[in-house]
Design a protein around this ligand. Structure first.
Ligand code: PEP
Ligand code: MN
Length: 336
């Protein structure tokens, strides 16, 4: 349920009203203070609430029930865009275009540091790299694990770029303490126990859309994290399963404006896993920017032919440089 208070409602009246709602109806009240109004979002079982009684309060402008099952992730509860600020001042969701780039897997110190330096020179603001890899086959390279995390930190020290890397289980959360953005991969989008534990942290979480997840299921997974108190969620569209098999997945471009209208959370697009083919990364990334994405996450490898994972979809640093220039130019032209 959403209650919009009149501009003349004092903060004391608002607080007293919130306390009354919490006590009388056993709901949680989420308060959003805008410039011209205050919006109260009621979470919990609101079926017992008499809507006419609420509407009759002199400082209530309007009241309506929210049909969607996601509340904290819902734009109706939080009309402004959420902006996530990283330790080095990079902001995601503020209208700028942020590019996360790096290899699928961290393979060696030399590899990750050289890629980090080149993607930084090309304008990337965040370094990606998998240390714990969710592979379809148990016989494929599983990542350098803890050593991979250490190498990412070395690359951060060498370049100043914040790092984003994937977590696979709750027991690793402590190990990810100094990671800037924790990625929840497509395969774990509905690992609810993991999501609940991440909800207890205050880390930015890059939540990838599940392989066959609907937009509502994806937003409900964001809700799991937010229900625990962590509002720093970034949604990542990375392609979904369809009958088409020319591409690895099918990029759901329409999800970008849809999710941005339904939710206030930033949206990042992964054209690498969506397509599975390096030559498709540029056009899909351009489509994502044109459709309003707040950022991109792109795989870059110094030697794609010998990459330990996802070489076919990885750009070389030179290719990434050319793609990044086009993306920033497109973004600039959209803002002009
Ligand atoms: C990845 O980013 O390397 C990855 C495994 O992504 P996804 O979970 O989208 O498949
Ligand atoms: Mn990959």
């Amino acid at each position: 349920m959403i209650i919009v208070l009149k501009p003349e409602c004092t903060s004391q009246q608002a607080t007293e009203f919130c306390n009354l709602l919490t006590e009388k109806y056993d709901v949680k009240v989420n308060t959003w203070n805008g410039v011209h109004s205050t919006v109260l979002g009621l979470i919990g079982d609101t079926t017992q609430i008499d809507i006419d009684y609420i509407d009759a309060q002199k400082f209530v402008e309007s009241v309506k029930r929210v049909q969607e099952p996601y509340k904290k992730a819902n734009r109706k509860f939080h009309p402004d865009n959420t902006v996530i600020e990283l330790s080095n001042g990079v902001k995601i969701g503020d209208g700028s275009l942020q590019i996360m780039a790096g290899p699928c897997s961290v393979e060696s110190e030399e590899q990750i540091i050289s890629i980090a330096k080149s993607v930084k020179n090309s304008g990337a603001s965040i370094l990606r790299g998998g240390a714990f890899k969710p592979r379809t086959s148990p016989y494929s390279f599983q990542g350098l694990k803890a050593e991979g995390l250490d190498l990412l930190k070395e690359a951060r020290k060498a370049t100043g770029l914040p790092i984003v890397t994937e977590i696979m289980k709750e027991s690793h959360i402590d190990m990810f303490e100094s990671v800037d953005i924790i990625q929840v991969g497509a395969r774990n989008m509905q690992n609810f126990e993991l999501l609940k534990e991440l909800g207890k942290t205050n880390k930015p979480i890059l939540l990838k859309r599940g392989l066959s997840a609907t937009i509502e299921e994806w937003l409900m997974s964001a809700e799991y994290i937010m229900a625990g108190g962590n509002n720093n969620v970034i949604l990542c569209e990375r392609g979904i399963r369809t009958y088409e098999n020319f591409t690895r997945n099918t990029l759901d471009v329409s999800a970008i404006p849809i999710v941005k209208s339904l939710s206030h959370l930033p949206v990042v697009v992964d054209p690498s896993h969506a397509s599975g083919r390096a030559w498709l990364v540029e056009p899909l990334a351009m489509a994502a920017v044109a459709s309003g994405a707040d950022g991109l996450i792109i795989e870059v490898h110094n030697d794609p032919a010998h990459a330990l994972s996802d070489g076919a979809q990885s750009l070389t640093p030179e290719q990434f440089d050319s793609v990044a220039k086009k993306l920033f130019n497109l973004k600039k032209s959209l803002l002009d």
